[in-house]
Design a protein around this ligand. Structure first.
Ligand SMILES: [Zn+2]
Length: 304
């Protein structure tokens, strides 16, 4: 359609130019070609989802490239809360049980995938538990945005028994991550955490967004952290300006729970549509002529 439109405009331009006296005519500047979308997942690529961390139900993704090179996004693990110091809870630590780290690793082995990149959408404790286990066994390059590497991730590293491996590559807004025919683009979306990112890509005609905790199904990542690392206004601004401008059919692969699309969230996410919040929080206002409704008695199915 774009090309037909462009052709139409070009023809219109020529007919205007042709009507002018020859002396005034300058060569029309050729229109710059539309920039190509660099993101890409080859047809053969599979995206697998593993639910890790039973308490928070984190979505961990495995992307398998053309020749079985793999990317893992948000490798969370089953965690144990070590209640070591009831007087000073700050000194408490998490211990990664490795139950879900093993699940991720075994999936890679079973599918004959070679893990090359581990990408963290952000540094919060529920998304990173398996990182030490995977790094030790695969030597994969760990990537995240610098603003979380220095803050959330570093902070949580102290909370982890045994610490966390260092980040190998700091990601920047707009940067492309390429591996084995796959190209993902980094979108920096601070708000839930300072270095929170989303990753955009597409397969055929379907655009995908790995949204971490920036955008969830009918929800968003929390911002009310005690350490002040969250920023509610910034989160909404980034979602509106950087995510809601993506095509509506973009499949949103969220950091927790069920998936969504950009179109669905634009329409029905109550945090981005405050008028919808009433439906979630308050019962609908009763109109004066509304009579209280008694639910009709339902027949009970006969017990066999
Ligand atoms: Zn999370």
């Amino acid at each position: 359609m774009k090309w037909i439109g462009l052709l139409g405009c070009t023809l219109a331009l020529f007919s205007i130019v042709a009507a002018k006296p020859a002396g005034d005519v300058k060569d029309p500047v050729p229109a710059a070609p539309a920039p190509q979308d660099p993101t890409h997942l080859p047809k053969k690529v599979q995206i697998y989802r593993l639910v890790v961390n039973s308490f928070w139900e984190v979505n961990c993704f495995i992307l398998a490239g053309e020749t079985n090179q793999a990317i893992v996004i948000d490798p969370g693990d089953e965690l144990e809360w070590m209640k070591s110091d009831p007087v000073a809870p700050k000194n408490d630590k998490y211990r990664a049980t490795e139950a879900h780290a093993k699940l991720i690793y075994d999936t890679l082995v079973q599918k004959k995938l070679k893990l090359q990149y581990i990408i963290l959408t952000h540094g919060h404790v529920d998304h990173i538990g398996a990182i030490g286990y995977l790094k030790k066994r695969t030597g994969a390059t760990i990537m995240m945005h610098a603003d979380d590497a220095k803050t959330g991730y570093a902070k949580d590293a102290h909370m982890y028994e045994g610490g966390l491996p260092k980040v190998d590559r700091m990601l920047k807004d707009g940067e492309l991550i390429s591996l084995d025919g796959m190209v993902l683009q980094v979108i920096h979306t601070p708000g839930h955490s300072p270095g929170g990112i989303c990753l955009r890509t597409r397969k055929g005609d379907t655009p995908y967004l790995f949204s971490g905790d920036t955008l969830l199904y009918h929800s968003v990542g929390r911002t009310n952290f005690k350490d002040g690392s969250g920023n509610e206004e910034l989160l909404y601004k980034n979602i509106r300006e950087k995510l809601f401008t993506l095509p509506e059919n973009t499949v949103v692969l969220t950091g927790h729970y069920q998936f969504s699309t950009i179109g669905e969230e634009k329409k029905n996410n109550p945090f981005l549509n405050p008028q919808l919040l009433d439906q979630y929080i308050y019962p609908p206002a009763q109109q004066p002529d509304d009579k209280p409704k008694t639910p009709a008695a339902e027949p009970v199915a006969p017990v066999k």
